[in-house]
Design a binder for this molecule. Sequence first.
Ligand code: T3D
Length: 261
Amino acid sequence: MSYKTLRHHTEHHVSLITFNRPEKLNAFNKLMIKETIKALDEAARLTRIRCVVLTGDGNSFSSGQDLTEFGDLAVTNSLENHLRQGYNALVSRMISLEKPIVAAVNGVAAGAGLGVALAADIRLASSRARFIHAFTRIGLVPDSGSTWTLPRLIGFGRAMEMALTGKPISADLALSWGLVNEVIPHDQLMPVAITWAQSLASGPTVAFGLTKQAMYSANRMTIEEALENEAELQAIAGKTADFREGVRSFLEKRKPKFTGE
Ligand code: T3D
């Protein structure tokens, strides 16, 4: 499949999706949102893909919505429809993808660029990364799921601070707040991200997909409902070849060889 706004490459069960509009710090236009969803759909469809990495070309992850598109939007569409068809669909696709997503945040992640990073399952930050909740800086409210994801990751008080001040958060501060999983020297970011991804891609893919489902749905459940949901999802995991391999390898005192089935 060919893309105009992304570079896309699959190797060793890992789909590497690179936002490719570096002249605008990888700002999302309509096409880039659409193509990212398409690449994620492909990752969902192909069983050989077992992990996705999102990153940006050049020195930025993504600066969020392409502000040069906003003139058009005001005339041709409402922002709410743009959100529903754009970022809402993209973030929902990320959350519902039954495979792990690693965001390798190679530079600035602002606005919806931050929202997309927050919807990944693992965030690795280059030492040069900056996180900016840029929405109120241009008179908008936070979107792309960040009112849901950000307070859950870093707490309500810090999320409100990021939202109201729009101030840049450094990689080290992001790590200490729990916004990212690891900070990596800039020139080592991609090798480390690929190592993470290959490790996840050799894991029990079905169990990982069900884990995402369990974690996200538990957020809107009572403890009793979450317990029941876990039981239902465990019934599915318990029927996989990877579960049988996991137990067998433990008993045989060797590393498991998961196939993702
Ligand atoms: O309904 C809906 O869909 C609403 C959805 C909204 C979602 C959102 O994401 S709202 C938030 C949108 N994003 C922003 O407001 C961030 C805008 N960008 C910036 O504030 C700064 O560029 C950064 C803090 C991210 C980086 O600053 P800096 O100094 O490192 O770079 P720069 O010089 O500002 O940018 C470099 C170039 O990229 C520059 O172009 P030029 O002058 O060299 O030709 C700049 O205009 C361009 N650029 C950066 N961000 C965007 C952009 N062009 C279009 N859209 C951008 N978001």
